[in-house]
Ligand binder design. Structure first.
Ligand SMILES: Cc1ncc(COP(=O)(O)O)c(C=O)c1O
Length: 431
């Protein structure tokens, strides 16, 4: 095993100083992670205002501006700085902007301390950075049995972690007891993943369920467990009824317990409808965290970014920042939300108008996000999926024995037909 770099050792010392427990939550890889502040990037930063700067591997025109092809410049229509690298931590301005937006979207964060978000290449990469930092082979990630299937590649195939499932629902409610049972067992490190609004169910917990989960986590931390809570907030903000929590669980978990590290993975991908931009954020918080400790976690995360993708797209970061600074950003976002909400309302209306659909399928609880799921009654989901494509020109996803409907991707005018087709396909398969 190679020796741990001195910079990593310094970060580790900070994360175990004064009884801080975060060091114990890191994986072996996480313990070796550091941002190479003394390498090319650090030396380039020190040389930033020199007259002759022969440090970084970008190229300049004779006048000192970034060297770039005019055809690219015309197409992109952003300042030429967008052709240069962004820091591995991400655009400083975008990080500040996202932090500000986080507080606007989660007002109770205003009083709390949490790290500056570190930019990743969207949420998948953010989840992978979290896996790198916190998961050793054979570690368990505790999550509901209805989950985004890419967690298998991100956590299991890449880091050798095992997924440990609990039943998502207890009737129409989130199964907090099952979550508590999954957390039980020998005292030690626990890694939990929570995703609200959830993919595939489109479910977000109610305030009561959130309070129960918070109590379960606190109890587990009080019992001496070191709990890393990964919050996949990909669909944050898309809640369609008043009962569901409006703030991320990151806010209450940020200062819940010294034994609980909250790791927020979020970004504009789904929230701001920029799937191809590939920008996301990883943000850390724990009770009584010092600035230095939060910076240490940022350094480790940025070190992983540096070692995997080096840095996220400059063009995307610059574009997002420009968009967020526009006066009409909030208004336009609200308009797009209204489009999704209208589809959600339409589904509720269609289901209420067609009690006969119960012969074919039962909707699972849903209240948010891009999706909903139905359980088929008496027909094999895969067979129905194929019949839907062949005979009804309708595409759906089958997973975990359920049919997932992405209403985000279906026009309001086609919602009624979608359910009629599903019903007809099930009836056809049932013969
Ligand atoms: C729950 C969940 N998390 C993360 C992601 C990945 O998002 P990104 O495209 O930003 O990597 C998705 C995308 O489908 C998702 O459904």
């Amino acid at each position: 095993m190679p020796q741990t770099n001195a910079l990593a050792l310094a970060l580790n010392a900070e994360l175990s100083a004064d009884g801080c427990l975060i060091y114990n939550m890191l994986s072996q890889r996480g313990k070796t992670a550091y941002f190479p502040s003394k390498g090319i990037l650090g030396q380039s930063a020190e040389a930033k205002s020199t007259t002759i700067n022969a440090t970084i591997g970008t190229a300049i025109e004779e006048d000192g501006s970034p060297l770039s092809l005019e055809c690219m410049e015309e197409t992109i229509n952003l300042p030429s700085e967008s052709f240069l690298y962004m820091p591995s931590f991400g655009s400083p301005k975008l990080r500040t902007m996202w932090r500000k937006l986080m507080v606007e979207k989660n007002p109770s964060l205003a009083e709390k301390s949490f790290s500056q978000p570190v930019v990743t290449s969207a949420l998948t990469h953010g989840l992978s950075v979290a896996g790198y930092l916190f998961l050793d082979p054979e570690d368990q990630v505790i999550l509901p049995d209805l989950f985004w299937d890419n967690y298998e590649l991100v956590f299991t195939e890449a880091y050798g972690a095992k997924l440990k499932f609990y039943n998502t629902y207890d009737g129409d409610s989130y199964n907090v007891n099952a979550l508590a049972q999954a957390l039980a067992g020998p005292v030690g490190k626990k890694v939990l993943l929570l995703n609200f609004p959830n993919n595939p169910t489109g479910y977000t917990i109610t305030q009561k369920e959130a309070d129960e989960i918070i109590a379960v986590l606190k109890k587990s931390a009080d019992a001496g467990n070191q709990v890393v809570v990964l919050l996949d907030d990909a669909y944050f903000g898309l809640a369609y009824n008043d009962e569901v929590i409006k703030e991320s669980l990151f806010a209450p978990l940020a200062d819940l317990h010294e034994n609980i590290l909250a790791v927020k993975l979020d970004g504009p991908t789904k929230e701001d409808y920029v799937w191809g931009f590939r920008v996301g954020f990883i943000t850390f918080a724990f009770k009584n965290a010092t600035e230095v400790q939060l910076k240490a976690l940022e350094n480790k995360a940025a070190g992983v970014v540096r070692g995997t993708i080096s840095n996220a797209s400059s063009i995307s970061q610059a574009t997002l920042l420009k968009g967020y600074e526009k006066e009409n950003y909030a208004e336009q976002k609200a308009q797009k939300f209204a489009i999704l909400r209208r589809r959600f309302d339409k589904i509720i209306e269609v289901l209420a108008a067609h009690p006969e659909y119960a012969e074919s399928f039962t909707p699972m609880p849903f209240n948010s996000g891009y999706f909903m799921c139905v359980r088929l009654n008496g027909a094999d989901p895969e067979t129905v999926r194929q019949v839907l494509i062949k005979d009804f020109s309708t595409g759906v996803i089958v997973l975990s024995g359920l049919v997932r409907l992405a209403f985000s991707a279906v026009a309001h005018t086609k919602i009624e037909q979608l359910f009629a087709n599903l019903h007809a396909a099930v009836q056809k398969v049932k013969g």
